[in-house]
Design a protein around this ligand. Structure first.
Ligand SMILES: Cc1cc2nc3c(=O)[nH]c(=O)nc-3n(C[C@H](O)[C@H](O)[C@H](O)COP(=O)(O)OP(=O)(O)OC[C@H]3O[C@@H](n4cnc5c(N)ncnc54)[C@H](O)[C@@H]3O)c2cc1C
Length: 534
């Protein structure tokens, strides 16, 4: 199989057009390409009046493929190897079931691996199953009644369930392919396997996580919803068991020698309990900022020119970063084309926002976070959990400045002029709990808002209209990643052996795919190794 890269064709090119262009790329007639599959698809909109689609294909030919490949640069044409994930051999030999705390991407994939390996994992998830959780979330958005255990952060599928379900990641690990293939197996659209900007959308994520849960149960696993880890007990540095609280509020103790902590970046009460129980933790860099909203049509026109409403291109997305000389800078994050700003609170009287979109991405506004980095040294307090304290301060200010969970917001014009907003203009904020005009400098540290102002001006040079006065900033986006790391060793175990901290909450992943891969790798560590003296 030959991988042929950088095949450029016009918008709406047919499969036959792609085959001909691929053949031309390797200097042969199309008849020599017996069949092909698309490996990668991306949009090249550098020339607005001549937008091209760029493909990489895996092609089966009747040619001597090594000879063909040898005629081209290694990144242009090469022999493609198909990757197939293989479960490692099971060396774990214990009477205890592995316990997985949290059913977000890390916990879901760890459970899937351990269930396939026949280890009947037990999953404890503090939130509700996806159907009940959806009612909890929409109930919160409409009535302001927050369920602090079942919300946008907590529940079946984890934080990413009410999201754009973007599957882009910065990590380079073969298991990423397995994660995407597994998502397709459980209902995600095939395009995620080859799109350069794969996304599922919240409407398709919900049935997917349910399908995956049912497969884990079919393979011998168990998932208990409404069950929150409340304690651990250890002896001689090794985990002996845990305690958890069920939906009715009853406490239960469970003996085990293996706990995968897949708790996410918002489980502050649990992190606090683990810290007091002696797990070694450290401060970790994270970012805070705002969500900015523009008319999606404006973004499409700026990026796609006369093709701005061509359905074959969909809603345009952007990614920018600003690196001013003093180095703190600002960058866009988790852009949701045609999406909505969501109130993603999980603690009472704390307001935090994030972004979401449906698979169609057909909302009126485009939104993205503009974030500024917070390094450990930026927080004087040396305590490992100091970052959580800063997040709480920001979210509390936002709650007090807003109205209940309606988030404080400001037009870009007022923000850049340093005046509080009294009303919104042409761009209507979409925050699911509402938005209150005001001054977001009252919510975020000055070093953050100053760099956001610089970033908006810089991005306006890259995308004309980015600094339009009517655009709206909603605050705060304070949970883009975990501010704390639960230290683990080369066997992926915490300072209490038998505990495997993984995913975003443990400080080793950021985003759906990298959290899933981290869950897989920790499950593999469980399969391959056990502490001797248990
Ligand atoms: C609104 C929103 C939109 C997002 N959009 C995207 C996106 O488009 N693309 C992307 O890549 N990433 C996105 N993210 C980030 C992504 O969701 C996370 O990076 C990812 O979900 C982390 O996975 P995880 O399994 O490590 O943790 P989570 O997904 O956070 O899962 C942790 C789970 O642990 C449970 N838990 C916590 N404490 C306990 C306890 N004590 N007992 C039992 N269970 C517990 C929680 O209820 C939760 O379900 C988004 C996040 C949010 C909030």
């Amino acid at each position: 199989m030959l991988r042929i890269n950088e095949i450029s064709v016009g918008l709406g090119a047919s499969a036959e057009d792609i085959r001909e262009a691929a053949a031309k790329q390797i200097g042969v007639s199309a008849g020599h390409i017996l069949r092909f599959e698309i490996f990668r698809e991306s949009i090249d909109s550098r020339q607005k009046n001549n937008i091209r689609m760029i493909y990489s294909v895996n092609a089966e030919t009747d040619l001597n493929e090594s000879e063909v490949a040898a005629r081209f640069l290694p990144n242009k044409v090469f022999i493609a190897e198909t990757y197939r994930y293989e479960l490692p051999a099971v060396r774990r030999n214990s009477a205890f079931r592995p316990v997985i705390v949290g059913f977000g991407p890390a916990g879901m994939f760890a459970a899937y691996i351990l269930a396939q390996a026949g280890l009947s994992p037990l999953v404890l998830e503090r939130g509700n199953d996806v159907d009940e959780r959806t009612r909890d979330v929409t109930g919160f958005w409409t009535s302001g009644r927050l369920n602090t255990d079942s919300n946008v952060q907590f529940g079946e599928g984890g934080a990413g369930t009410f999201s754009d379900g973007k599957l882009t990641t910065g990590i380079k690990d073969e298991r990423c392919r397995y994660v995407l293939e597994t998502f397709v197996k459980f209902g995600a659209p095939e395009q995620i396997l080859y799109s350069s900007h794969p996304h599922i959308g919240t409407d398709r994520l919900k049935p997917l996580v349910k399908n995956m849960r049912q497969e884990i149960i079919r393979l011998g696993g168990e998932v208990r919803f409404g069950c929150k880890l409340t304690g651990i007990y250890a002896a001689n540095g090794f985990i002996q068991g845990i305690s958890y609280e069920d939906k009715a509020g009853s406490q239960h103790d469970l003996e085990t020698d293996c706990v995968l902590l897949c708790i996410g970046h918002s489980a502050r009460d649990t992190v606090d309990m683990l810290y007091r129980a002696g797990l070694t933790m450290e401060k970790k860099a994270f970012s805070v900022g705002v969500r900015i909203e523009h008319p999606q049509e404006m973004i499409n026109k700026a990026l796609f020119g006369r093709f701005w409403n061509d359905p074959r291109l969909g809603a345009a997305n952007y990614k920018f970063a600003n690196h001013p000389p003093h180095g703190r800078g600002g960058y866009t994050f988790c852009m949701c084309p045609g999406g909505t700003v969501v109130c993603a609170s999980s603690e009472a009287e704390m307001t935090v926002v994030n972004g979401m979109s449906e698979y169609a991405r057909d909302g009126e506004n485009a939104n993205a976070a503009i974030l500024v980095g917070i390094e450990p040294e930026h927080i004087e307090d040396g305590h490992p959990l100091a970052g959580i304290r800063l997040q709480r301060e920001i979210e509390r200010k936002a709650f007090l400045l807003g109205e209940r969970y309606a988030a404080p917001a400001q037009t870009v014009g007022d923000f850049l002029n340093g005046v509080p907003s009294k009303r919104f203009g042409a761009v209507k904020p979409t925050c699911t709990t509402g938005a209150v005009p005001g001054d977001i400098r009252k919510v975020l540290p000055a070093a953050v808002t100053d760099n956001i102002a610089l970033a908006i001006a810089a991005f306006d040079k890259k995308l004309k209209g980015y600094a339009m006065p009517e655009a709206v900033l909603t605050a705060p986006e304070s949970r883009s990643s975990s501010p704390v790391r639960i230290v683990r060793d080369e066997l992926r175990q915490a300072s209490v052996k038998g505990i495997f901290p993984c995913g975003e909450g443990a400080g080793y992943a950021g985003g759906i795919v990298s959290a899933a891969v981290d869950g897989i790798k920790s499950a593999e560590a469980v399969l391959l190794d056990v502490p001797d003296d248990c």
